[in-house]
Design a binder for this molecule. Structure first.
Ligand code: KIV
Length: 278
């Protein structure tokens, strides 16, 4: 099997996945999984499990830093997390988000932040949110040799302007969304995230683009699916968005382990002889 034909997930690529691999996977009609990661252990586990793309998302805001949403996240907060994920992986293509405020001033700021993130973290690509208003920034970053993942539909950094967590692409919004995705591809983006997009519109975008589409709440007819790992593995408590499927109950497992440890300490069961030095 040549590198051109090794499946992205389940194949044994002995090097990091590249944006070229993602394009050939699209040509083969292959679907692939993507997860967020913000730390060493999850990065190691997801890399060993063969997840081909890991995103150090600004969802660290509400999954690591206890911010209410992604808006307050800074480059200074994301850089150490991205660095840890890169150091803990050998195979996944690692993408870092550009946080809110670090690229909205225009192409020069977007390029400066991207260069900083690439140099300080070792990630292989950056991601930014938005449609037509960021097309020139995407072009500028790509022309400088930095791969860019785009993100349209519901864009969490604009949650205040969008009026909350609302599904995108309904009715007349659909054409604008498709036009944005096409323009981002033309500007050089290597993939586009479609978040909370009506399934039929996501399917149409996927058909029209030659770069992969990555859905999160965008239905089944996209090239890849991404979830925030704490949602996927059941670490987060509370109400989940409709698009989340939980594949584990890490929160329950951690509650049980914590209680067992605490009970043992109180009863004198820990440490036992096996954990004691003489
Ligand atoms: O920040 C993030 O985790 C994301 C994904 C949800 C796509 O942007």
């Amino acid at each position: 099997m040549t590198h051109e034909t090794v499946p992205l997930y389940g194949g044994q690529l002995s090097r990091r996945v590249t944006i070229r691999d993602l394009r050939t996977a699209k040509e083969r009609g292959e679907r692939w999984p993507m997860l967020t990661s913000y730390d060493m252990y999850t990065a190691e586990i997801f890399d060993a499990a063969g997840i081909p793309v890991l995103l150090v998302g600004d969802s660290a805001g509400n999954n690591v830093y206890a911010h209410p949403d992604t808006v307050p996240v800074t480059v200074e907060e994301l850089v150490p997390l991205a660095r840890a994920v890169v150091r803990s992986t050998s195979r996944a293509l690692v993408v870092s988000d550009l946080p809110f405020g670090s690229y909205q001033l225009g192409p020069e700021q977007a390029l400066a932040t991207s260069i900083r993130v690439m140099k300080e973290t070792g990630v292989q690509a950056v991601k930014l949110e938005g449609g037509l208003p960021v097309v020139e920034s995407v072009r500028r970053i790509v022309e400088a040799g930095i791969p860019v993942m785009a993100h349209v539909g519901f864009t969490p950094q604009s949650v205040n302007a969008l009026g909350g967590y609302r599904v995108q692409g309904r009715g007349p919004e659909a054409d604008k969304l498709i036009e944005s995705a096409l323009a981002l591809e033309e500007a050089g983006a290597f993939a586009v995230v479609l978040e909370m997009v009506v399934a039929e519109v996501a399917a149409e975008v996927t058909k029209r683009l030659s770069i992969p589409t990555i859905g999160i709440g965008a239905g089944p007819d996209v090239d890849a699916q991404v979830l925030v790992w704490q949602d996927m593995a059941g670490l987060r408590g509370g109400r989940m968005p409709r698009f989340v499927k939980q594949y584990g109950d890490l929160r329950g497992a951690l509650v049980d382990a914590t209680k067992a440890f605490a009970d043992d300490v109180v009863s004198g069961g820990f440490p036992a002889e096996e954990q004691t030095y003489h």
